[in-house]
Design a protein around this ligand. Structure first.
Ligand code: MG
Length: 164
């Protein structure tokens, strides 16, 4: 069995992963509205990954004989000031998620919940990757600044992202 306090925290994390999926899907719609389909696609793929993160924890709680309780997903912002502001918001969100994953791990240590610790190893590694790839996009957008031609070139690069 999962300790109750860990189960509650895992249910919170499922909600946060779904919120991330919702946020990135909203950002994808924002980029569609700017006629930047490459960014829109990149974020749609990112959104799907977040659903998979949520389902990974969903499955884990069930496998441990715990009880998944889904929580309401808040409405994400629909508008952003610029492509850079949108991607910066994505990076900020990933950093927050990293903090939550670390707190979850700390809790699993306190509770001597070894299976949850092992499950979280994957997420700890994944967060390093998420912050790296999103951070890279933010840095490139900073270099691009107000150059629309460079933004269109980057949009073509973003369009190359494969579904995973
Ligand atoms: Mg995630």
């Amino acid at each position: 069995m999962v300790p109750q306090v860990v189960q509650d925290a895992l249910n919170e994390q499922i909600q946060r992963e779904f919120y991330a999926a919702y946020l990135y899907l909203s950002m994808s719609a924002y980029f569609e509205s700017l006629n930047l389909p490459g960014f829109a696609r990149w974020l749609r793929v990112q959104s799907q990954e977040e659903v998979e993160h949520a389902m990974r924890i969903f499955n884990f709680v069930n496998e441990r004989g715990g009880r998944v309780v889904l929580k309401a997903i808040p409405q994400p912002p629909a508008e952003f000031e610029s492509p850079l502001a949108a991607m910066q918001a994505a990076l900020d969100h990933e950093r927050r998620v990293t903090g939550y994953i670390n707190e979850l791990y700390e809790l699993a240590l306190q509770e001597k919940d070894y299976p949850t610790q092992v499950m979280l190893h994957w997420f700890i590694e994944e967060q390093v990757e998420e912050e790296q790839i999103t951070g890279q996009v933010v840095e490139r957008l900073k270099v691009i600044g107000d150059d629309p031609a460079a933004l269109l070139v980057m949009d073509n690069v973003m369009a190359q992202r494969e579904e995973e």
